[in-house]
Ligand binder design. Structure first.
Ligand code: GDP
Ligand code: MN
Length: 397
């Protein structure tokens, strides 16, 4: 789970990391309410669960109340990388002399924490890593091993700091590490960590991603999670709908709707689609023994999605039987109709009964089945995935 900047900075403050004086407002009225009592210049910052707000016009230094309201209104009207801005952070503006980068993440291969520092902050660290890898320095610390200030000082020297910034930087690193461990964070980032004109070090931005598997022992983070959000941001409309229906579902950026049996089949299907050059529009799991109702809801999520050009359906009947599967599909066809071409295969437990249901319904209502290409055990699953990729290409023109 990713925290908003203002939430992350709240924790920064508690752990001794310097942050600018801040206020949060939810609308223009609240902004108007505080506009008279601020110490200008202040910076207005869009609160959305994504980076790159600066580039998108979501960060602006303003000089007086009139400009504050003007810019506040503009930023509240922005949608940044798909996330509408619903909240603003107003901070005392910094006089920036330099922008550094400081981050902590998990090195899964070494089973250690990696502290990452760079003189070149304020831009995406991935870009620095690609273009100027020599500008990035790392310090590895065992998950439960102590961190010594002299290690932080050495890291500070490597990124070219001097004088009192050496211990200042090492101390902030120590605080961030403490926060990282105590809050079960997966990724912590201060970008930029600003050196002000007066010579202080202060966190101008803050990113924290918590480890959701630890929420049970992080009541404060769990309370924040109540609003329903995941790794990269808030749930999409469809993800929210799926959640209400009790269907594990994730939007992806391709155009092939994935209508799988269980999660394993879903993952495998995803692999097949990629192998044949296609891109899934979603991941979804039917759960064990889904009712016809649930299956119909799954199909509806895909058929209603304008991004979906074709559907790949596959069920291996085990506990979840093929006849129930066929009934779910038929229910959907009768109640909603299918507007996208679908390559569909089922085999396994009760497949004969499933085929019988399909054949019988098709004789009665052939038009309902027009968009479906049906396959059984005689066609290997990869051929069906390949067919779905072709159908998506044909539909895309
Ligand atoms: P991001 O683009 O989403 O990462 O948002 P940041 O909070 O990192 O802000 C982007 C950029 O805005 C920073 O790299 C700074 O250059 C600038 N910025 C942020 N806060 C201030 C501030 O208080 N004063 C000034 N002058 N610039 C700021
Ligand atoms: Mn930033």
């Amino acid at each position: 789970m990713r925290l908003y900047e203002y939430e992350a900075k709240g924790f920064f403050g508690e752990f001794g990391i310097p942050v600018p004086k801040a206020r949060v407002v939810n609308d223009l009225e609240e902004l108007g309410g505080i506009s008279g009592e601020l110490d200008y210049p202040v910076v207005v910052k869009a609160q959305v669960l994504t980076g790159g707000r600066g580039k998108a016009g979501g960060v602006k230094v303003v000089m007086d109340p009139a400009e504050l309201l003007r810019e506040g209104e503009r930023i509240l009207g922005l949608t940044i990388k798909g996330f509408p801005v619903r909240r603003l952070l107003i901070e005392d503006a910094l006089d920036i002399s330099a922008e550094l980068y400081l981050g902590i993440t998990l090195d899964r291969a070494a089973y250690k924490l990696t502290i990452i520092a760079s003189r070149e902050g304020g831009v995406e660290i991935e870009r620095v890593a690609e273009q100027r890898p020599e500008a990035i320095h790392r310090l590895s610390v065992g998950i439960n091993e102590p961190y010594y200030i002299h290690q932080g000082v050495t890291l500070a020297q490597k990124i070219g700091l001097a004088g009192r910034h050496l211990t200042g930087f090492a101390a902030i690193t120590s605080h961030l590490l403490e926060l990282y461990r105590r809050l079960d964070v997966k990724m912590a980032e201060i970008n930029p960590l600003v050196i002000t004109v007066e010579g202080g070090l202060i966190a101008a931005d803050a990113r924290l991603n918590s480890d959701d598997d630890s929420l049970f022992r992080q009541p404060r983070l769990e309370a924040l999670a109540g609003g329903g959000r995941h790794e990269e941001g808030e749930l999409t409309e469809r993800e929210r709908r799926a959640r209400e229906l009790g269907i594990p579902y994730l939007d992806l950026d391709g155009d092939i709707g994935m209508f799988p049996g269980g999660a394993g089949f879903g993952i495998m299907g995803n692999d097949f689609i990629h192998y044949f050059g296609g891109r899934p529009a979603n991941f979804m799991d039917s759960g064990g023994g889904p009712t016809p109702e649930r299956l119909a809801n799954m199909l509806k999520l895909l058929d209603d999605n304008p991004q979906v050009k074709a559907i790949f359906g596959a069920r291996f009947g085990g506990v979840s039987r093929c006849d129930d599967f066929a009934r779910g599909v038929v229910k959907f066809l009768k109640e909603h109709g299918l507007s996208k071409p679908m390559a569909l295969r089922f085999t396994g437990n009760m497949w004969r009964e499933g085929v019988r249901i399909f054949t019988e319904e098709k004789e009665k209502n052939p038009e309902l089945f027009e968009k479906i290409e049906f396959f059984g055990i005689e066609t290997p699953i990869e051929n069906v995935a390949k067919r779905a990729v072709e159908l998506a290409r044909e539909a895309a023109g």
